[in-house]
Design a protein around this ligand. Structure first.
Ligand SMILES: *[C@@H]1O[C@H](CO)[C@@H](O)[C@H](O)[C@H]1NC(C)=O
Ligand SMILES: *[C@@H]1O[C@H](CO)[C@@H](O)[C@H](O)[C@H]1NC(C)=O
Ligand SMILES: *[C@@H]1O[C@H](CO)[C@@H](O)[C@H](O)[C@H]1NC(C)=O
Ligand SMILES: *[C@@H]1O[C@H](CO)[C@@H](O)[C@H](O)[C@H]1NC(C)=O
Length: 334
């Protein structure tokens, strides 16, 4: 690194002086040089994209891929093996599920940070051991609990093994950006012991730094960057997050920056493969933006029959759903 700096610095000063002379201003010369260096750095430290046709195998361009979000949490207890089997039986091409870590460092499949909403237990997952997590009843609070009475929270590896067995594509959502090292370690283990994952799994995250780290670790892993407008300052229903005033002031500004970054450079910088687009902003123009750049698009999450038909027939785009039996008025048949 130091070697590179001493090599490049004299050239940089020379370019700076030259540009200053041309622009007749030292300040403009400096700004122009800094911009040039930033662009060169961006190109240089950019992550390579997956070189194989793995993306095409996972998301074939001539087909609409239907992905069961959390294994279709409306049809069966979310993020359980029963949900994945049910999704497969109902015709899903893939499942999406979320990763968290227990106190003893085991990767498990659950969406929330606590056990409260989906199990008969309560408290933070990160404070429980795997043995404690395994005691919880993961169907306890589901509407179809009688149909799926014996569900436990699965480990990440159990979920991966079942998806490979059922030939379900998997979208592994890394919710947390504070566990990047642990995440890379478990991915190292899983992709080494189940190499079929290269053509069956997409590692997804809201956090660009996670996608960047995964690509840096192994560019052959197919990645998905998830996006939702106002993700830092507003909940998915549009209401503001609570918090101290300075966060409520800062986060909308960061959201605007993030919004710009997504289209301006993040997809390129991360070497990303799949864009997971929020359903509220799915349009042919937004979809074409990513497709034109060689990035596959998935819209999340469409639960209404009309919306699914619109995505399928009008926008011609793959999507995630919480149910394989979407309700909504059917067109009249006569
Ligand atoms: C949908 O898009 C795919 C890939 O771009 C294309 O092959 C297919 O013909 C399109 N289908 C419709 C109905 O436009
Ligand atoms: C949750 O349910 C399981 C299985 O029925 C049971 O063994 C466990 O004791 C329950 N845990 C709590 C905290 O109720
Ligand atoms: C989960 O339940 C525990 C115990 O009832 C409670 O203290 C905690 O606030 C709950 N957490 C959430 C996020 O609801
Ligand atoms: C899990 O909870 C549901 C709902 O209370 C119950 O019907 C089922 O028997 C429980 N499962 C186990 C293994 O105890």
């Amino acid at each position: 690194m130091i070697n590179m700096v001493t090599k490049v610095l004299p050239h940089t000063i020379y370019v700076c002086l030259l540009l200053s002379a041309v622009l007749q201003s030292l300040t403009y010369g400096f700004i122009a040089t800094a911009t040039l260096v930033a662009v060169l750095l961006l190109v240089k430290v950019r992550q390579p994209e997956s070189t194989s046709n793995a993306v095409e195998e996972i998301l074939p361009t001539n087909k609409i891929t239907v992905i069961a979000h959390r294994g279709c949490g409306h049809d069966a207890p979310e993020n359980t093996l029963a949900a994945f089997r049910e999704a497969k039986n109902n015709g899903a091409d893939g499942v999406e599920f979320d990763v968290d870590f227990t106190r003893d460092g085991i990767a498990i499949v659950i969406h929330d940070h606590t056990a409260n909403r989906t199990t008969n237990g309560s408290g933070k997952i990160s404070r429980m051991t795997l043995a404690e997590v395994r005691k919880l009843n993961a169907s306890a609070k589901h509407v179809h609990k009688d149909q799926f009475p014996n569900e436990k929270i699965p480990t990440l590896e159990e979920a991966v093994v079942l998806c490979l067995e059922l030939q379900l594509k998997m979208f592994i959502d890394i919710k947390d950006s504070s566990n990047i090292q642990k995440t890379i370690e478990i991915l190292r283990f899983l992709f080494a012991s189940h190499p079929q994952m290269y053509t069956n799994a997409v590692v997804c995250s809201f956090h660009p730094q996670v996608i960047y780290a995964v690509k840096q670790f192994n560019p052959k892993i197919v990645t998905g960057l998830t996006h939702r407008p106002w993700v830092l300052s507003r909940k998915v229903d549009g209401t503001e997050f609570e918090g101290p005033w300075h966060k409520r002031l800062l986060y909308p500004i960061l959201d605007v920056l993030l919004e710009w970054s997504h289209t301006a450079w993040l997809w390129y910088f991360c070497g990303n493969n799949v864009h997971l687009m929020f359903h509220g902003i799915a349009s042919s123009r937004n979809i074409a933006f990513y497709r034109d750049r060689g990035i596959a698009v998935i819209v999340w999450t469409a639960n209404d029959a009309h919306q699914q038909e619109y995505l399928r027939h009008t926008l011609n785009v793959s999507y995630m759903t919480d149910t394989m039996h979407p309700a909504g008025c059917r067109p009249q048949t006569n």
